[in-house]
Write a protein that binds this ligand. Structure first.
Ligand SMILES: [Fe+2]
Ligand SMILES: [Fe+2]
Length: 354
């Protein structure tokens, strides 16, 4: 029975409702094992920690972990707590409900799929950008690459981090295309090939579609997601269309894919077009992370944003309609900067977001 949605839950509340489980993982801590996962419905997602009963053995936790099928709907009974500025669900005795999934036939599946955007709208906009590519050979490469990438419009852009939701890959791609077009159009004095920029932005992450597979009503990463990443599958896919354009344009597109991670990657961008796509990608990924972290921070407080290795401050946005001055709920100065936990401190070896 669905009696509460993610957007309605508050810290301290006890919940007992149906949610989709994704990203299950087993972790160890002094005192034993526990399961982490994300739970979601159409209104959002939250982290969830499943500890089991006091005295639950490691074997018992492992057994429940084995029973969880990613992308299925489960009854989650637990308590909402706050950790590091974000809400998360803690499950103790409710672990017993993870022994079986809910029958999807009795449920409205759409209630359990989270996407902050309309995937049909994203698709329409992307198709318009593809049609806008003037060079017919380049246009054909992009069109074929997307057409042959199974689930491109439905799959997420990541397991966690930016655009990790239904339709996230296409939504991130649309943002990168539009930011890259904006950069190109704002710099008329700089020689940037618009067709190459738009095409490069459209296919820069196309390899991600090959790294997710259907699981239940959702998508989960295949081993390739961690083993080879998304650059080589993209190069492999685009290479099938070598004959559609000339050598220069073809290798330029491959170079944009290869270098789009910028300083985080193996090859630095070596053209104005490749730098444009890299920066557009960075803006889309970073701001998505920053904005979703800020949603969990109260006005006038700081919170740690692990993916960008930085503290964030939630400014007061309300203004007095007469004086134009910022309205604060009280006159106290902002809450003291929270010290980030040791395991979240900046890590020089941090990998790319993109
Ligand atoms: Fe990207
Ligand atoms: Fe990428």
């Amino acid at each position: 029975m669905k009696n509460i949605y993610i957007e309605e839950i508050t810290v301290g509340q006890k919940i007992d409702s149906l949610f989709l489980i994704e990203n299950p993982s087993i972790k160890s801590k002094t005192g034993g094992l526990f399961i982490t996962c994300t739970i979601s419905d159409r209104t959002g997602t939250r982290d969830c920690k499943i500890w089991g009963n006091r005295g639950s053995s490691e074997e018992e936790i492992e057994r429940y972990y084995e029973l969880i099928v990613e992308g299925n709907i489960y009854r989650i009974a637990g308590e909402v707590r706050e950790y590091n500025g974000a809400m998360e669900i803690h499950v103790n005795s409710g672990i017993e409900f993870l022994a079986y999934t809910e029958n999807e036939n009795n449920l409205n599946i759409r209630d359990y799929i989270y996407s902050p955007v309309d995937p049909d709208e994203t698709k329409k906009k992307l198709e318009k950008h593809i049609s806008g590519i003037k060079d017919s050979g380049i246009r054909k490469i992009v069109r074929e690459a997307i057409k042959t990438s199974d689930g491109f419009y439905e799959k997420p852009a990541a397991k966690k981090n930016h655009h990790a939701y239904y339709g996230g890959l296409a939504h991130h791609t649309l943002e990168v295309v539009e930011i890259a077009a904006g950069i190109t159009d704002s710099l008329p004095g700089i020689d940037i090939d618009r067709d190459i920029v738009i095409a490069g932005a459209l296919i820069h992450d196309i390899g991600k579609a090959d790294t997710f597979e259907k699981s239940g009503i959702s998508y989960k990463p295949c081993p390739a997601y961690s083993l080879i990443g998304h650059i080589s599958p993209a190069i492999e896919r685009i290479s099938k269309f070598r004959t559609y354009t000339d050598e220069d344009a073809f290798y330029h597109l491959l170079h944009i894919i290869q270098s789009h991670h910028g300083t985080y990657g193996d090859v630095l961008p070596q053209s104005t077009e490749a730098w444009t796509v890299h920066h557009a990608d960075n803006i889309s990924a970073m701001l998505n992370e920053v904005s979703s972290t800020l949603k969990d921070i109260k006005e006038g407080e700081f919170g740690w944003c692990k993916p960008v290795n930085s503290n964030l401050y939630r400014f007061h946005k309300k203004r007095d309609s007469v004086t134009g001055r910022t309205i604060k709920p009280d006159d106290k100065s902002p809450a003291h900067n929270k010290e980030e936990p040791d395991d979240n401190k900046p890590n020089k070896g941090q990998s790319s977001l993109f």
